[in-house]
Design a protein around this ligand. Sequence first.
Ligand code: GLA
Length: 400
Amino acid sequence: MTTASAIATDATVLFTELTGDAPAGLWSAPGRVNLIGEHTDYNDGFVFPFAIDARTVVALGPRDDGRIRVVSTFDETPVEVALADLDDLFPARRDEIVEWARYPLGVAWALLSAALLSGQDAAASATGVDLAIASDVPVGAGLSSSAAIEGATASALNDVWELGRTRVELAQAGRRAENEAVGAPTGIMDQMASMLGQADAGIFLDCRTLAAEVVELGFDAAGLELLVMDTQVSHAHSTGGYGERRAACEHGAAIMGVAALRDLSVADLPRAQQLMDDVTFRRVRHVVTEDQRVLDAVRTLRDEGSGAIGPLLDASHASMRDDFEISTPELDLAVEVARSAGAIGARMTGGGFGGAAIALIERSLVASASAAVEAAFAAAGFGAPHVFTVRPSEGARRDA
Ligand code: GLA
């Protein structure tokens, strides 16, 4: 992974090429790995992600014409609109904006419309801005490159527009951008992890109340590393399976007469099985058991340390593979090989249908496990995976 300062330099250079000036400031936010709790967030349930040491940096400078212009290392063609036009663009005309630019422009739109609703003058008087965005969070790997853009942009605009929003409110603006400006029906986990992350800690989040607890992970003390095995099979949640899974969960909740699957427990599953078709039941069983696994993982980690959560990671993967059916042959292979190479637990992470798997593994086994995964992918005729370790890191912040 590139160093944070190299990304900051990239953003600064891009900004200066765009404007001829130095930026007024730099803000950054990380991607995330979800340790456990998959597809539980939009069911009002529990998640336990952590922010990683790959970040997106936004270099920002004000302009005096009420326009917003964004440029990024994803695509150096600038996109520019009047702030006053954002409300017409999103969500109705979002297709007119190239996809990557919907993230930062969508955040600006979400923040301004929230300010307007709460009667803040900021909405009317917001100054125009130029933003240059650089990132080393892998795109399409299930590590929330999108939440990193949203978190860095929201933090920057919150400061320059003096909106006074809390970190949770900035996460909510990011989620609204993702849901309405991009059109991906995702939950709140990624934005919360990116905003609230802390070094060496996970964020135990109740997605109904948004109560968040910082839980020390102690990987270092236990001699453990978190290995990411990016299958390089890209996924997108604005299309296809993600929305279908979400609909199945809502259907299951309706059959059971509850507001969200969070309101069911493992003891309700036999009744659920009698009331619903097999596919809906298996979707429901994944979410209900996954919520329980998150609670168990946090308790186990606190009582016995991170070395004891392996079986819960393994069970989570099996549930996603067999009940929720969002794994892929590449993810299954990465998980199996990592385990045979000594990982204490492994699972796919993120929305699924591609992206990355994670393994919790002793430091001394990282090199041999990485080589084993690469060799197994080659033998299976899969494209080469990208295997690397990540560290639980700090959330969104102002860097300069
Ligand atoms: C994606 C979404 C999240 C969450 C996960 C699955 O990362 O952005 O909101 O639903 O998938 O746990």
